[in-house]
Design a binder for this molecule. Structure first.
Ligand SMILES: [Zn+2]
Length: 281
């Protein structure tokens, strides 16, 4: 191990969290971290010497300064992004206080059909979810809010009208609630492909987060931003290695052959079953 490579100083770890709780429902349990473990991981993030930016800021920076146009020193700024998917209620109770205590900004991608106290609820996790009435205060607290579809399907298995509806409805509902444009998105389960990425762009989003369990290369596709999924098994040491730029690969520019094959299989399965996706993350 030689530590961070000087030739790739600008790869960005984009962390993906779900629930932060001692008591997760069974579906999300493999992807939940305890509040104490979350605090340890945020201590690591704070100590890493990276600039903490929101997902939207990462993309704006990418657009403004593509690979060559680096920071004045000649080495691009080292950044890190902290994201959360779905909208579990423990974000407000457990995660946000820990983030605020350390001055860390974050981005929260919301499944609009799962939020409490709103119209058009769809079946979702058994866990308590954030309510619509909390969203303005989260925004007020500096949390960047983005969309994560309305009913959390595997988007790449949907028909075109259904895909457009998931992308557009979650955007419209959030914009009405927040009274501002919502232009960032996270794919449910991370599933995307050329067709989904194009529809996302055409629906008015300027960037979207995938999963990929890799570091995001600056200047990479803004509609396939790689994230590193934190699971119950992830330790603060793992997070430290990701922040070193050594604990994960750098995302490639294209979907891998395995990813493409798996998409074809799931699309066929969705046609047979008439529905897609049953796991809630
Ligand atoms: Zn999700």
């Amino acid at each position: 191990m030689t530590g961070p490579s000087p030739v790739e100083p600008a790869v960005v770890p984009v962390l993906l969290y779900h629930a932060v709780t001692e008591d997760p429902g069974s579906q999300i349990a493999p992807f939940a971290v305890s509040p104490a473990e979350f605090e340890r991981q945020m201590d690591v993030v704070q100590a890493a010497g990276r600039t903490i930016v929101s997902f939207g800021q990462l993309i704006s920076g990418d657009v403004r300064s593509a690979p060559e146009a680096a920071a004045p020193s000649g080495s691009a700024e080292r950044r890190v992004v902290i994201t959360f998917d779905d909208g579990y209620a423990d974000f407000a109770d457990a995660a946000l206080p820990a983030l605020q205590a350390r001055g860390l900004v974050s981005t929260l991608f919301l499944t609009t059909g799962w939020l409490a106290g709103g119209p058009g609820r769809t079946p979702g996790p058994t866990d308590r979810m954030l309510s619509w009435s909390q969203l303005p205060e989260l925004q007020e607290a500096g949390v960047e809010l983005g969309a994560h579809s309305h009913s959390h399907p595997q988007l790449d298995t949907l028909t075109r009208p259904a895909l457009r509806d998931e992308l557009g409805r979650s955007k419209d509902l959030l914009e009405d609630a927040l009274r501002r444009e919502v232009d960032t998105f996270a794919y449910p389960h991370g599933y995307n492909g050329p067709r989904v990425r194009r529809a996302t762009r055409e629906s008015g989003y300027r960037a979207a987060a995938a999963v990929r369990n890799a570091l995001h290369p600056p200047g990479g596709d803004p509609y396939a931003v790689a994230r590193l999924m934190v699971t119950r098994a992830t330790t603060a040491g793992d997070v430290a290695r990701w922040l070193d730029g050594t604990g994960a690969p750098v995302a490639g520019r294209r979907d891998s052959l395995a990813t493409r094959g798996w998409r074809v299989y799931r699309r066929g399965r969705a046609v047979v079953r008439g529905a897609a996706g049953s796991d809630y993350r």
